[in-house]
Design a binder for this molecule. Structure first.
Ligand code: CTP
Length: 426
């Protein structure tokens, strides 16, 4: 049920062709129901046709009029409205994607046991498209064996049940059970529309370390050497790895203000040396390391304690010192035994190519020089890769295989990289 539309790219503002999809947003009766409004808005702004199906108790938190205004479509909760249209069958059959946000413990219990006592559960039984549950509840409810069993049942039926975020819950308590941010749910939903098999649980029990963003090398208290990395690609890998079941540590340099992914331990660092210290520590006990960060190759040799002023005594030039190559260091540590021999090591290469060689020629040389197992190669320049939401490239393996990565979202590229990581894990 799709037709072509043109929507505005949220980052570049350019109009990009996309496909209008039918999305059902199911809303469970929890306090996080208010966040579904931002999710609905992001789907309609992306040009999709949205039908909101709340439970009766969701309407205790957000009024029907709000859902109707945001989606531009009528809203009902039961199966006895609009009967000639058989909505409990039609909505599910026609949907390209069903997203339940928030998915409460009760709603997941009803879905897991195949109940069809309202329009939303009826829709879930008739949907054959990807179904994404974004749980939100108190930690005790999330960890209760009944909920754990219901989540496992839903996953065994092919549904995707996201890991919730940790943090402040309804009251003063904190813990796992927060709804992931609407932009994160929207991103994962968009990925499922690009690739419905993008979120398998193939990394359960694995520990993955991901670096992202750019390092900043200070010159004085107000100036630094930095780069244009937005961190989007590394964050997409960390976010997806967690949702594929991995225990993820994200070592983040500076980014374009991306929010921390749900169910990921994020460690913020500033300089290459700080990043190296954290990566070295984490790499010693993990299954895969993905170095997506843009690490500054050089730092000012001297850090001046107060702001450098123009005039007498101003420096003519800035002396630089080479930073450690973190990726090469992990490969060396694996050779030396400080990192386990089966740890999969992934590097990234942003290349422009020049008169001496094209992007792939440089990338092959880099893979050999760095000694990693996989190298993700992006062609950069001309508005490609940096600060935008789309990416493409190649995936080179130490075994000599070279796979082209199709143009798509950074989440799509992340899913391809994780397929390769998962395939390489012992
Ligand atoms: N990298 C690293 N430490 C550095 C520089 C880069 O770990 N000091 C990692 C990056 O995270 C990336 C890979 O090495 O995974 C390649 O980064 P890139 O900047 O393309 O490579 P360089 O070794 O700096 O090579 P170039 O001469 O092309 O800049």
């Amino acid at each position: 049920m799709s037709d072509a539309v043109s929507v505005s790219d949220s980052v570049s503002g350019a109009h990009v062709p996309t496909t209008r999809k039918q999305i059902v947003v199911g809303v469970g009766g929890g306090i996080a129901a208010y966040k579904s409004c931002a999710l609905i808005r992001s789907f309609t702004e992306a040009g999709h046709h949205v039908r909101v199906v709340p439970t009766e108790s969701a309407l205790q938190f957000v009024g029907k009029a709000t859902f109707e205004a945001l989606s531009g479509n009528p809203v009902q909760t039961g199966v006895f409205a609009d009967v000639p249209q058989v909505p409990h069958v039609r909505l599910g059959q026609e949907a390209d994607l069903v997203v339940i946000a928030p998915a409460t413990a009760d709603l997941m219990a009803r879905a897991a046991s195949g109940r069809a006592d309202d329009l939303l559960t009826g829709t879930l039984l008739t949907a054959r498209c990807p179904v994404l549950f974004a749980p939100a509840m108190h930690t005790e409810m999330w960890e209760h064996p009944a909920t754990v069993a219901n989540v496992a049942t839903l996953r065994s039926y092919g549904a995707i049940v996201l890991e919730p975020a940790s943090g402040r819950l309804t009251g003063k308590d904190t813990g796992a059970g927060r709804l992931p941010e609407p932009e994160e749910i929207a991103g994962l939903a968009a990925l499922l529309l690009e690739r419905r098999d993008a979120l398998p649980r193939d990394l359960e029990g694995k520990r993955v370390v991901v670096s992202a963003g750019g390092t900043r090398e200070p010159l004085d208290p107000v100036r630094f050497l930095g780069n244009r990395s937005s961190g989007k690609q590394g964050y997409a890998i960390a976010r997806l790895a967690a949702q594929r079941g991995a225990d993820v540590v994200l070592v983040s340099g500076y980014t374009a203000g991306i929010s921390e992914p749900a169910a990921v331990t994020t460690v913020h660092v500033r300089t290459a040396q700080e990043m190296q210290a954290v990566i070295d520590r984490e790499a010693a006990q993990c299954d895969a390391v993905v170095m997506a960060a843009a690490v500054a190759d050089f730092r000012p040799t001297t850090l001046v304690g107060s702001k450098i002023k123009k005039g007498d005594g101003e420096p003519d030039s800035i002396e630089l010192t080479k930073n450690p190559d973190i990726l090469a260091g992990i490969v060396q540590a694996r050779r030396d035994g400080a990192v386990a021999p089966e740890t999969v090591i992934v590097g990234f290469a942003a290349e422009t190519g020049d008169e001496d060689g094209d992007v792939l020629t440089y990338a092959r040389a880099k893979l050999a020089r760095k000694g990693c197992d996989l190298l993700v190669v992006n062609a950069v320049g001309d508005g490609k890769a940096f600060e935008v939401d789309h990416n493409d490239g190649w995936l080179l393996s130490a075994d000599g295989s070279e796979v082209a990565l199709e143009h798509g979202s950074k989440s799509l590229l992340a899913s391809r990289v994780l397929d390769a990581v998962s395939g390489s894990l012992k």
